[in-house]
Design a protein around this ligand. Sequence first.
Ligand SMILES: [Zn+2]
Length: 413
Amino acid sequence: MSTEVLSLQQRGKNLESVQEMNRASVLRIMMKRSTCSRAEIARELGLKQATITNIINDFLSWGLVVETSLLSGKKGRRSIGVQISQKSFYVIGVRLRRTSYKVGLFDIYGENIVMEKYPYDKKLGPMRVVRMMRESIENMLQAHADKRIVAIGVAVPGPYFSEKGMISSMTEFPGWEDIPFQEEMAKGFSIPVIVDHDSNAGALAEWWLATNEQLSGTLVYIGAGDGIGAGILHDGAVFRGAMGIAGEIGHASINKDGPVCECGNRGCLTNYVSTPYMAQRINGALADYPGTILKRDSSFFEIVEAINKKDPLALYVFRDVMGSLSIGIINVICAYGPNEIIISDRFSLIGESIIDTLMEMVTEKAKRNYFENVTLRLGSFTKDSSFIGAAALAIDYCFGNSNIFERSAGAQA
Ligand SMILES: [Zn+2]
């Protein structure tokens, strides 16, 4: 099969098919409910049971779905349950970071089966690193040639222009803005390669793979670590905006007189909420806190430990950073009106105290009725959520384009 480069625009075209839309809706419900009956799916979607039966028959013939033990229905009636088969299809997830990348094999429920991490030297330049990533993926595909691997998801640091398939310029990541990233990543693969911002990937991981049965609403996933960005989902679909950079809350200013950011603006949130900023603030204030357990260039893990031990310097810097993040959160609430805001990435290692502190600060600053229905919580994945998100990108794409499963099943038959 020839090289396939799938842009995000093509996704809309595929969904024009009513059958594809219905199949996608059925898969969404099955993924969210684990096991359900055909009648329940028909009822929930408002479709005829015959339509659902036809769709499920296709899924059964591809091996995507299996029938399960009998369920007790209303009035003691029993019906056969159906569920997506965990061992049916697989995806590859790749997370690119500034000094390393990870490649993993995942099942269709996003369970990570194999993970390989590759550090790289920035001096190699992006083209060389992309070639290494392609080789690592190819090796994983060959090592698992017995499995039906249907798509590759790649989560990249943002800002990412999804319309162009290109990474935006960053001082920490020189040269990457010059290459057609998506096109280069997809070279030589016969399965779709889906690239997106790591925050969008993290948001999709929460949507698809966390234990939440909700099918509608607005979810904002805030990835706070080396920098800060957000992924916005409405009814399960990523909101990207015209260029693909919607959710770049890190470059929304919270101080017109603040330092000039690499994006050209002043006082961007990312300059006040990041792990390097915390370390820098601690270094600067060490002399004022002689009793602190922190030292020059403490690691983020040491800072987290000091916060949890209520070290005065750690708490001072933590509260300063949370003060800035709480402004960012109020901006998010006002801009997107979400049901749920999730704090993830490295900051979530601080634990529940981050949520308590943010709630206290948001309550101080904003009107209660602005956010009384908003749930603020920690991310569901304690390990690298954007890596799991890379798999979620691939799974989400396949659910919207279920002919991918049909093609894969046909190829193996
Ligand atoms: Zn900026």
